[in-house]
Design a protein around this ligand. Structure first.
Ligand SMILES: Cc1ncc(COP(=O)(O)O)c(C=O)c1O
Length: 487
């Protein structure tokens, strides 16, 4: 609805076109005020064109912010990051005046980067609604609009029809697990992939396969881990996992509530399963009446289709899917057969009204824009990343010693990932060296993260909605400088 000329719309057209908007947001005087705000925003953004260092005169106040931050949390945060609340696409300004390339996007949340005028407009429209938060008992049209887009998109290539929205990925996962448990009459065990990540509730921390994240917790969740797809082994990998799955089912007949599959692993290392691998496991689960639940919370929206199950061609097998991050609100989608009994899913609020408006706008842009498909914007972004990465690997081989994986084999490529989930493995994939590199990279002006459980990789989740493929050039120039300092 950007740059709407309010004068040209008659009342009926306006009401129809903006029926998800609160009444105040279609008031012509309010629209004019919003247009003015967006004009000011765009003017201010002109100055942000690249990374730049902090302002010297802000050093002291920034240090004070960080001290307060660290005291409140009880420990230093990984990055000395306190945002100023302003940015321009992939560029974000911090409270010390520095500007950085944000290649992490809040771990995949800010798909339209920082201060995007369309998202700011949507957030203002949300703020003009009657309440800040939306609940499950009382909600506005905004909630339905988002749930409907998700359900419609999911239905294109699966039997998923229903959508229950929540305020975090972890809570979406909790709902998915409850649905699966109820469907299987309280089956106690869970099948999951090794190296998966599922969130931070007590149950999700236990299913997630990272020892440090469940340190000190009471371990009362029964998980059978299955090896993830190993592309180096191909069919052999499928047969190995399939045989372990059959063993687990034979050992615990009718005791599994689900196989939760993070089909593209985020935290685990941007590993991608093959269709053949997934179909073999999913068909086996179906034969044993074990629900198949896909956790797409990190991969949602980032591959060549909105849903990763569509990209991997396994939609017909899924019973439950969870999504989050770039949708702004999170959701659990399920088929009619998995519709749970009353009372199982609820909660006081599901998210803020502005989050729904921004989520709706973002999803609408994603589905109507030129993002998906083999020649879409996401594919082009992926291609540009690979080109820049390949150039760096060839020109500076000293940064890229061989990477040895957990099985003692040399990793065939330093570059990996899928869609807008991008990874690069410098410095031998060594955890400590990459940790040090991230800090130098941050100082130099690029925000990224690692993924994997050994080897470790640099993880990039760029703001796919606004990142121009050409912007990888300055990002890689900074990465090269950081590698020179860190190695
Ligand atoms: C695959 C996956 N599942 C679940 C979650 C948990 O989401 P949230 O942090 O919103 O609770 C994450 C978060 O990184 C994730 O990557």
């Amino acid at each position: 609805m950007t740059s709407m000329n309010t004068a040209t719309h008659n009342a009926v057209e306006t009401a129809e076109a903006f029926s998800h908007l609160p009444p105040l947001a279609i008031n012509p005087a309010v629209r004019a005020a919003i247009d003015q705000i967006l004009g000011e925003l765009r003017r201010a953004q002109v100055a942000l064109t690249g990374a730049r260092p902090a302002d010297a005169h802000k050093a002291e106040s920034y240090a004070a912010w960080m001290r307060r931050n660290n005291e409140l949390r009880g420990r230093p945060t990984m990055y000395p990051y306190v945002g100023a609340g302003f940015g321009h696409g992939p560029l974000v300004q911090l409270a010390d005046g520095s500007v950085k390339w944000d290649m992490l996007s809040g771990i995949g949340v800010h798909m339209f980067g920082h201060s995007d005028a369309r998202m700011v407009e949507a957030a203002i429209e949300g703020a003009l609604s009657d309440t800040c938060m939306q609940g499950h008992l009382q909600h506005n049209t905004d909630v339905l609009a988002v749930a409907e887009i998700l359900a419609q998109e999911a239905a294109r290539a699966s039997r998923l029809r229903h959508c229950f929205v929540t305020n975090s990925g972890c809570m979406a996962n909790e709902n998915a697990l409850k649905i699966c448990q109820q469907k299987t009459q309280s089956a106690a065990r869970i099948l999951a992939f090794a190296d998966c990540f599922m969130g931070r509730s007590t149950t999700m921390s236990q299913i997630g396969d990272t020892a440090a994240y469940r340190q000190g917790l009471v371990l009362n969740t029964l998980v059978d881990y299955m090896p993830f797809y190993d592309p180096a082994l191909g069919e052999e990998s499928t047969q190995k996992t399939l045989s372990l799955l059959k063993q687990a089912i034979a050992r615990y007949p009718k005791q599994h509530s689900c196989f939760v599959m993070e089909v593209i692993q985020g935290e685990g290392g941007f590993n991608v399963a093959s269709r053949e691998f997934l179909v073999a496991l999913m068909q086996t689960c179906r034969d044993a009446s074990i629900p198949v639940w896909i956790d797409e919370i990190q991969s949602f929206g980032r591959t060549e289709n909105m849903f990763a199950f569509e990209t991997l061609g396994v939609g017909e097998y899924v019973d439950v899917v969870t999504v989050g991050k770039l949708s702004q609100v999170c959701a659990c989608l399920f088929t009619p057969e998995f519709n749970p009994g009353p009372g199982l899913l609820a909660g006081t609020f599901s998210s803020s009204t502005s989050a729904y408006h921004v989520g709706r706008r973002a999803l609408e842009l994603l589905r109507t824009g030129d993002y998906y498909g083999p020649t879409g914007r996401i594919a082009k972004l992926h291609e540009a990343f690979r080109r820049n990465a390949q150039e760096l690997v060839q020109r500076r081989p000293e940064f890229f010693p061989p990477v040895i994986d957990g099985a003692g084999r040399t990793l065939p490529s330093f570059i990996g990932g899928i869609g807008a989930m991008l990874r690069l493995t410098p410095l031998g994939g060594d955890k400590d060296k990459l940790g040090a590199l991230l800090k130098v990279l941050f100082e130099e002006g690029v925000i990224a993260l690692t993924c994997g459980h050994g080897p470790y990789h640099l993880r990039f989740l760029p703001p796919l909605g606004v990142m121009d493929p050409a912007q990888f050039k300055p990002v890689f120039a900074i990465l090269e400088k950081a590698l020179e300092r860190a190695r």
